[in-house]
Ligand binder design. Structure first.
Ligand code: MCA
Ligand code: AMP
Length: 517
């Protein structure tokens, strides 16, 4: 039987010369190389981790939940989990105890890997959830995981998996209730990577600057899978710093970023983002949030490069892309391009029909990249797939006569800040639990750096005085820092329509200029 494990395809794409460089780990602050990792190193490191996991006799389908800083070793962990045939569950490093408790309780992983500094609070959470083993891994690739893996063999036969077997679970927050785990199969991930490899013209001569986090689709799947499947070298930044990244552009060919990274590259004073710095580059990809047309135009003026904007989701990987090759069309700023080969996109009206050209409606998608459903939430699957099997993205958009897709908004109450999703309902839940709070509304406002900045408007209970800064401070200890409102306003009441629904658009209008400077 053919092995349909994603790792088998990635391993088959390693170059013949295993001693060639696969990854250059760069210093985030200076851009200088810190450590070279060959393809052989990658093969051996992933084999050791796979052997370690296999030696633990975990049940088939076991989840390995990981909350660690970005490092090459953390990427090896992901690949090792795939290689062993288990299910990878990445967690944002910003998540705090209450958030991690939910994910571990919900996913019931067999293994958890965390930062050594988090062990004191992760271990008790893992104990309650009956996790078999907690390992540590720090930002330098050291920890109990590395120690245990070091005793393992560097030879490992890739575990055989079917295309529909689960490869990863990515938690994405819900508009109501708690986060949902999107179940992605080996087919979902591999089909999407193969499509992008071809559509974006990857080859082994490419050099990718990898400066995104590796706990989301963009950095973990889109960027890493493309480079690995192409047998291309990566320059690996644990954190994004515009100066350091610009220093490495002259030897790179591809860069991927959320819009905030482009805003910061353009704002950077030294060294400058110039045509000369980008002379070797062939492709700049943006996605995860809307790219402002101003950024798209300024980037073109400064570098001569036209950013390729694409659109995707945790549940679906990549859905649409502006064309790479000129013969297929121009890259149009403000649009997310065409449905990728093999992916179907339609715009649905609210009467169960399909919208005409240029008519606005709900974006629905289908394809080998679309996930199988949410982890242990059959009722959500019913809600979010149509009867004829299309996934309702919650994005609102249109398709023009030429086939370009434009996203005009979202039907889901979601804020995207610097490429991270913030669900107002979740934050409002935390604020409403605070003493003295009657109710609250969380909205996103235009933000020059993050695209959208989170704020809250809070109403006090009768006879109570509230302090916005104190609410911000209290939230900082509880939830991931990017979800914490940048400002909290105290108001006498919230604007409501005749149906009693809070009119968030009025709050957005009232505070629209808050972040303008
Ligand atoms: C950091 N801060 C933020 C954000 N990031 N605030 C709002 N939104 C953010 N995204 C705040 C912190 O709370 C902190 O505030 C202060 O900034 C400094 O934190 P630090 O971690 O040092 O920030 P940074 O290193 O400058 O990070 C900014 C960043 C990062 C590099 C833009 O947010 C980032 O890497 N974003 C990329 C996210 C991503 O990869 N998304 C892809 C999702 P304080 O000091 O008050 O605590 S995949 C996806 O969406 C789909 C599938 C797709 O299509 O790709
Ligand atoms: P997530 O599933 O958390 O990764 O977020 C997916 C959401 O990000 C999508 O449903 C869109 O709302 C948004 N998104 C991703 N790419 C783009 C883009 N290029 N333009 C606008 N929104 C985007």
């Amino acid at each position: 039987m053919n092995n349909e494990n994603l790792f088998a395809a990635l391993r088959a794409a390693f170059p013949d010369d295993l001693d060639a460089t696969a990854i250059d780990a760069a210093d985030s602050a200076t851009g200088a190389n810190l450590k070279r990792h060959s393809w052989r190193d990658m093969d051996e490191a992933t084999a050791r981790i796979a052997n370690l996991l296999t030696s633990m006799n975990l049940p088939a389908g076991s989840r390995v939940a990981v909350q660690t800083e970005k490092s090459v070793e953390a990427l090896m962990l992901y690949l090792g989990v795939l290689r062993a045939g288990y299910v990878y569950l990445p967690l944002n490093t910003a998540y705090q105890a209450a958030e991690i408790e939910y994910f571990i309780g919900n996913a019931e992983p067999a293994v958890v890997v965390c930062a050594p500094k988090s062990l004191p609070w992760v271990q008790p959470i893992a104990d309650v959830a009956k996790v078999a083993k907690v390992f540590t891994l720090d930002e330098n690739g050291q920890g109990t995981l590395t120690e245990a893996a070091a005793t393992q063999s560097t030879v490992h036969t890739v575990a055989t998996r079917k295309a529909d077997d689960l490869a990863a679970i990515l938690y994405t927050s819900g508009t109501t209730g708690r986060s949902k785990g999107a179940m992605l199969s080996h087919r979902n991930l591999l089909s999407n990577a193969q499509t992008l490899l071809d559509y974006w013209g990857w080859s082994s001569k490419d050099v990718l600057i990898h400066a995104l986090p590796i706990f989301h689709v963009h950095g973990l799947f889109v960027a890493s899978h493309c480079a690995l499947l192409a047998g291309a070298r990566m320059i690996w930044f644990a954190k994004f710093d515009p100066t350091a990244v610009i220093k490495r552009l002259p030897e790179a060919t591809v860069f991927m970023g959320v819009p905030t990274l482009y805003v910061r590259l353009l704002a950077n004073a030294s060294p400058q983002l110039t045509r000369e710095a980008c002379a070797n580059m062939r492709l700049f990809v943006a996605g995860s949030a809307p790219l402002l047309i101003e950024t798209f135009n300024e980037f073109h003026e400064r570098t001569g490069h036209t950013i390729l904007e694409r659109y995707g989701m945790s549940e679906t990987c990549m859905l649409t892309s502006n064309p790479y090759r000129a013969a297929e069309g121009e890259r149009r700023g403000g649009t997310v391009g065409f449905p990728l080969p093999g992916v179907s996109v339609r715009v649905a009206d609210d009467k169960g029909g399909t919208c005409a050209v240029d008519e606005i409606g709900g974006i629905e998608v289908r394809g080998p990249n679309v996930f199988g459903g949410y982890w242990r939430m059959p009722e959500k699957n019913k809600e979010e797939f149509t009867a004829d099997g299309w996934f309702k993205t919650g994005d609102v958009g249109k398709i023009d006569a030429r086939g370009y897709v434009t996203i005009v908004g979202r039907s889901k109450d979601l804020i995207i800040s610097g490429g991270y999703n913030v669900y107002p309902a979740e934050i409002e839940g935390y604020i409403n639990e605070m003493p003295g709070v009657a109710e609250s509304a969380v909205v996103g406002l235009p933000h020059p750096d993050f695209g959208e900045g989170v704020i809250a408007v809070v109403v006090a209970k009768a006879g109570t005085m509230l302090d916005g800064d104190a609410i911000v401070a209290a939230l900082k200890g509880k939830i991931a820092n990017f979800k914490v409102p940048k400002r909290v306003f105290i108001a006498a009441d919230l604007p409501r329509n005749a149906m009693g629904k809070v009119q968030k658009n009025l709050l957005r209008q009232e505070h629209a200029k808050l972040f303008e400077s």
